[in-house]
Design a protein around this ligand. Sequence first.
Ligand SMILES: Cc1cc2nc3c(=O)[nH]c(=O)nc-3n(C[C@H](O)[C@H](O)[C@H](O)COP(=O)(O)O)c2cc1C
Length: 211
Amino acid sequence: MQTDEHVSVLKADLLKSCGTFRVLVGVTGSVAALKLPLLVPQLLQLPGVDVRVVTTDHAKHFYNPAEVSVRIYNDKDEWELWTQRSDPVLHIELRRWADLLVIAPLDANTLGKIANGICDNLLTCVVRAWETSRPLLFCPAMNTAMWQHPITAQQVSRLTEFGYVEIPCIAKKLVCGDEGKGAMAELSTIVSVVKQYLPTKPDESSQKTCT
Ligand SMILES: Cc1cc2nc3c(=O)[nH]c(=O)nc-3n(C[C@H](O)[C@H](O)[C@H](O)COP(=O)(O)O)c2cc1C
């Protein structure tokens, strides 16, 4: 796709949905990112829910974008979208668009960045600009040894102090062969937590401008 056309498509995409509860899914470079193509349709089945995805570059390694039915934003989009003062800044547009952010999976690297306020890619910029009064859910996922490192608990506590909601990881045999805690929560758990934040009636959710 030509860059100009690509930019127009990106600009139009965020204006497209209205009268819905808008869920932004952040996905990072954990092997659990391979579940993204399963998570998105489960979220879309919730009444009145619209979904977009923000991916880190490493997360892209784990899923096939053709298997994800909604737009996936990445770092390249952020920089392609902005060429002059009048252009939108994608991480700000996304934080305006979304009613809820769920980071599934949240890997050790991005956990550390968020805990320390680092914002060096599209996802961490959305998080840094996130209004803490809006729900931000995070689903840690990492190898058991990484999970057990003392810095993990410190960083998870930091996020909960910000008001973010942990959807705890679970113990199971991990893809790397180790057995223990560190696997991302089951998709059914993640979807049921998101469901708790839906407005009682879908049309009571954000009434943002739409075209
Ligand atoms: C095959 C593979 C699987 C990985 N799985 C995980 C994981 O489950 N959790 C984690 O914290 N890091 C995992 N990593 C390491 C991250 O991908 C790495 O820290 C990366 O820099 C994360 O970048 P991001 O946070 O920008 O997505 C894995 C790396 C590879 C190569």
